[in-house]
Design a protein around this ligand. Structure first.
Ligand code: PMT
Length: 222
């Protein structure tokens, strides 16, 4: 990790969960705490980058020298990300974005009826990281893959389908790592190779990932 290794670079990072409203008091979400994305933002800022953190709802403090943009839903995160990613050098999608949202948001709180079961229709949210990767002047684009099985196969499939430069795959079947834990262990997957970084704190991991990414985006031929 080298201070100043990202001087003059603009880095945009998504973090945390999204919330998809069902009615004014209910939503669909997940257990992402934001810790991984915030640790990356802190490390990017320490490395000298102009750092923008696009954050779903979390309990975390904004790291020093990081500009934070708060969002709630996947659509909000999409809008904020696409405008911030314009002209950035590195985009890292650490957020756990809801893949689907309720097709309709009820204006009033839904009332309990006599039915024993009800059906919620969901529609697909836009894919943020894939849209950033499709920008005409695309940044170096990094996605995470949260997998509970077939880590390498599913991670590589995301690399190809979303046209990413790198996938950071985490195995979320172990509760000590992944969602809402202080530690993580990941496998980096790019178009030519894989590299494992075994279990360590998200802060330590973030500094190592930023060092690696700084090298990739500043090396003459990426
Ligand atoms: O927040 P923490 O508690 O610290 O936990 C960290 C984490 C486990 C959430 C994080 O390390 C992680 O893996 N984030 C991605 C989780 C995820 O939802 O992965 P996915 O396999 O569903 O999505 C793949 C990639 O596409 C991700 O980079 C995701 O941000 C991105 N994506 C997904 C859907 C969508 N509509 N837009 C996206 O950009």
């Amino acid at each position: 990790f080298v201070r100043g290794s990202l001087a003059g670079k603009k880095v945009v990072i998504t973090a945390g969960p999204t919330r998809e409203a069902i009615d004014p008091v209910r939503y669909l979400s997940n257990h992402s705490s934001g810790k991984m994305g915030y640790a990356l933002a802190e490390a990017a800022a320490e490395a000298g980058a102009t750092t923008i953190l696009i954050s779903g709802p979390t309990q975390l403090k904004t790291p020093a020298r990081v500009t934070r943009i708060d969002v709630i839903s996947a659509q909000d995160m999409y809008d904020a990300s696409l405008s911030a990613a314009e002209g950035c050098d590195l985009f890292i999608a650490a957020a756990a974005v809801a893949d689907y949202r309720p097709a309709q948001v009820a204006e009033q709180k839904l009332k309990k009826g006599s039915e024993d079961s009800i059906t919620l229709t969901l529609i697909k949210n836009p894919d943020i990281v894939a849209s950033v990767a499709a920008l005409p002047r695309r940044p170096f684009t990094v996605g995470f893959a949260a997998e509970s099985e077939n880590l390498l196969e599913y991670g590589r499939a995301k690399l190809v389908r979303k046209q990413l430069d790198l996938v950071i795959a985490n195995n979320i079947s172990d509760s000590e790592i992944g969602f809402n834990s202080d530690d993580n262990a990941v496998t980096l997957i790019d178009h030519g190779s894989t590299q494992e970084l075994n279990q360590r704190s998200k802060h330590q991991l973030a500094r190592e990932l930023i060092a690696l990414l700084a090298h990739k985006i500043t090396a003459p031929a990426h």
